[in-house]
Design a binder for this molecule. Structure first.
Ligand SMILES: [Zn+2]
Length: 112
């Protein structure tokens, strides 16, 4: 794996971390507890808002997971193991790393 490519991926990962962190902060700000509804809300809209709340939380969780994955990828760059499949140890293709900077395994392991 050449240095230029690694630097490029490191920058992409840094950017993505900042982006996801901002979205998580935003998400925490906008998600309100489902109980906070005024008396004019009917039963249906209450269920609706509960469901939306669950979806928001799920979205937030998945963003937090991708943040973790990005931070792991940054650690692998520091350790010099970035770009290696965590399962089989082979190099992950550049195309895949360009598409998913935090990719942990190669397409072979992904499909098996
Ligand atoms: Zn693999």
């Amino acid at each position: 794996m050449d240095v230029d490519f690694l630097i490029d991926r490191e920058l992409a990962i840094q950017d993505a971390i900042r982006d996801v962190e901002a979205r998580i902060r935003e998400g925490h700000d906008t998600i309100k507890p489902p109980g906070q509804l005024d008396g004019t809300e009917g039963r249906l809209s209450r269920q609706d808002s509960l469901m939306r709340h669950e979806m928001d939380k799920a979205g937030l969780r998945s963003m937090e997971q991708s943040l973790e994955a990005l931070k792991e990828a940054r650690l692998r760059i520091d350790r010099g193991t970035y770009g290696r499949c965590l399962q089989c140890g082979r190099e992950i293709s550049k195309d895949r790393l360009l598409l998913i900077p935090a990719a942990e395994c190669c397409t072979d392991c992904l499909s098996s």
